[in-house]
Design a binder for this molecule. Structure first.
Ligand code: PBG
Length: 325
């Protein structure tokens, strides 16, 4: 028998803790939040138990909760009441996302990083991430004009990190230029570089009352292609992104590991709505240990190379981590 016995280092909780390569910390978790326009209470999102479309009041309370829990940031999404072809609510200073951003910057802007989704899909009546050409296709370069304006509106509202999730070619370059020439050279860009055309965004579509009829396969990456994720990340870094992200997370750990190995800027991952819904649904049926599955899923995403993780469990996990210490 050879003398090697890997079990030695697994024998006690103290040993396992000492040799753990990956650890979770609240500062590396970012909480995505939905804020709806109009009066009334927060509304539950059926396919995401525990997640809501916030009212302005519940939003303020949740922001304070996130800051108290020590999470690293919040990523804001707006749910508007009116939509149009150009997504004009996205650039209106009184549009819901910009209003929510001002609230967040004021309430918790010193305690965590206030981040905003920079994409038109919540604001367009057709639900696409950009504006449409006469033939109905998503017009890449016309969309960049809208993203530039959206970037300025978000920066003026106090966003501290712009999350470019639209997957238009050259979006990072365009937004970087708009910010730099508009007096916001200090505002960084989080590029959703490796963003796949995924079924796991299903519950998100309910969360933002998406109007989308078709799919996003002409701009988001085909799940069959790993190399394109790494290529998009390299392009976004070259265009001036400050952070790149892979999304979804759990089904794309190979892409994440590849991007982490090749990028020279921070790499994040987004554990998306469908990943959340699957674990919640299995746990609700008693088929899976909820807390263990949540922690294992986020640990695996970190282990694969994500330095920070966007997750709807951010605040709850931060609470567990505090308990453990
Ligand atoms: C685009 C955007 C989406 C998500 C984050 N930003 C939807 C999409 O691309 O279809 C999905 C996040 C999730 O599913 O949790 N605004």
């Amino acid at each position: 028998m050879n003398p090697i016995r890997p079990r030695r280092l697994r024998a006690t909780p103290a040993f396992r803790r000492l040799v753990a390569e990956t650890r979770l910390h609240p500062a590396e978790l970012v909480l995505p939040m939905f804020v709806r326009e109009g009066a009334g209470d927060a509304l539950p999102i059926a396919s995401m138990p525990g997640v809501v479309q916030h009212s302005q009041d519940s939003f303020r309370r949740a922001l304070v909760g996130a800051a108290d829990a020590g999470v690293g940031g919040v990523m804001l999404f707006g749910v508007p009441q009116q939509r149009d072809a150009d997504g004009s609510g996205a650039t209106d200073p009184d549009g819901i996302l910009n209003v929510a951003t001002r609230i967040a910057a004021q309430e918790v802007g010193d305690a965590l990083v206030v981040q905003t989704d920079l994409c038109l899909d919540e604001f367009t009546d057709h639900g696409h991430c950009g504006v449409l050409a006469p033939d109905g296709s998503v017009d890449n370069d016309a969309t960049l004009v809208r993203y530039r304006a959206m970037a300025i509106a978000q920066a003026e509202s106090g966003s501290q990190l712009l999350g470019l999730s639209g997957m238009m070619d050259h979006q990072v370059e365009a937004v970087r230029d708009a910010l730099d020439t508009g007096g916001f050279a200090g505002v960084p860009i989080l590029a959703y570089a490796g963003k796949y055309a995924s079924a796991y965004y299903g519950p998100f579509r309910e969360a933002v009352d998406s109007q989308l009829k078709g799919d996003r396969r002409t701009y988001q990456i085909d799940p069959a292609n790993g190399r394109q994720g790494a290529r998009e990340a390299a392009l976004d870094e070259a265009e001036g992104a400050d952070i790149v992200m892979v999304k979804p997370a759990s089904s794309y750990l190979d892409v994440l590991a590849e991007v982490a190995a090749t990028a020279s800027i921070p790499v994040w991952a987004y554990q998306v709505s469908g990943e959340y819904a699957m674990i919640e649904a299995a746990a609700a049926n008693g088929w899976i240990d909820r807390r263990r599955a949540v922690l294992e899923s986020i640990t695996a995403i970190r282990r694969a190379g994500a330095q920070a993780v966007l997750t709807y469990w951010a605040v709850e996990v931060a609470g567990w981590l505090a308990e453990e210490r």
